[in-house]
Design a protein around this ligand. Structure first.
Ligand code: ATP
Ligand code: MG
Length: 156
């Protein structure tokens, strides 16, 4: 089904307003306002929720999130960038494993099961998409999900 991605992201952000305010995290959106994408709305909601939640949880007070959507010829992508703690190179592959959490006192303090990204990756695969992370310790992280514009089994 066709989804107005800008409104969809704004609605999700509304639900995070209390957490964003509590940590004084600013959000910058760069999303084409009229863009529509064919996507499994419930799975996408789950994916975006988890990535935003991590972007808040593993960010410092006064940090920032950038949410970008780009539509190209064959696919579209959504990236969620933070200027939080970042993830070391050797941990970057492991964070998608079930129950894996980077072992820092920070992670231990921040409750969580370590399942978030494992489920996100499963959903992204089920949506014929891909997920990538770019990150640098002390600088921040960017998670990018890319999906085909046309769904093979649902041309709408
Ligand atoms: P859950 O999502 O189940 O509540 P979680 O957040 O610990 O728990 P994941 O979302 O799977 O689990 O993330 C795995 C680990 O990857 C986290 O514990 C954290 O160490 C690291 N991580 C994930 N996202 C970020 C991020 N944006 N910045 C820094 N570290 C991150
Ligand atoms: Mg998480």
């Amino acid at each position: 089904t066709s989804l107005k991605i800008y409104e969809f992201i704004e609605d999700i952000l509304t639900t995070f307003q209390p957490e964003l305010e509590k940590k004084a995290i600013k959000v910058a959106l760069q999303i084409p306002v009229t863009a529509e994408v064919n996507v499994d709305k419930n799975k996408l909601r789950h994916v975006v929720n988890n990535l935003i939640q991590n972007g808040i949880k593993y960010n410092q007070a006064g940090g920032q999130l950038w949410i970008n959507v780009q539509i190209s010829q064959k696919d579209w992508n959504l990236s969620i960038k933070d200027n939080g703690y970042g993830i070391a190179k050797d941990e970057q592959e492991r964070i998608f494993e079930r129950f894996y959490r980077v072992d820092t006192s920070r992670s231990r303090q921040n409750g969580g099961t370590g399942l978030g990204l494992a489920v996100v990756q499963e959903y992204v695969k089920a949506m014929s998409g891909t997920i990538k992370v770019r990150s640098q310790v002390g600088v921040g992280s960017t998670f990018t999900v890319t999906f085909p514009l046309e769904l093979k089994d649902d041309l709408g």
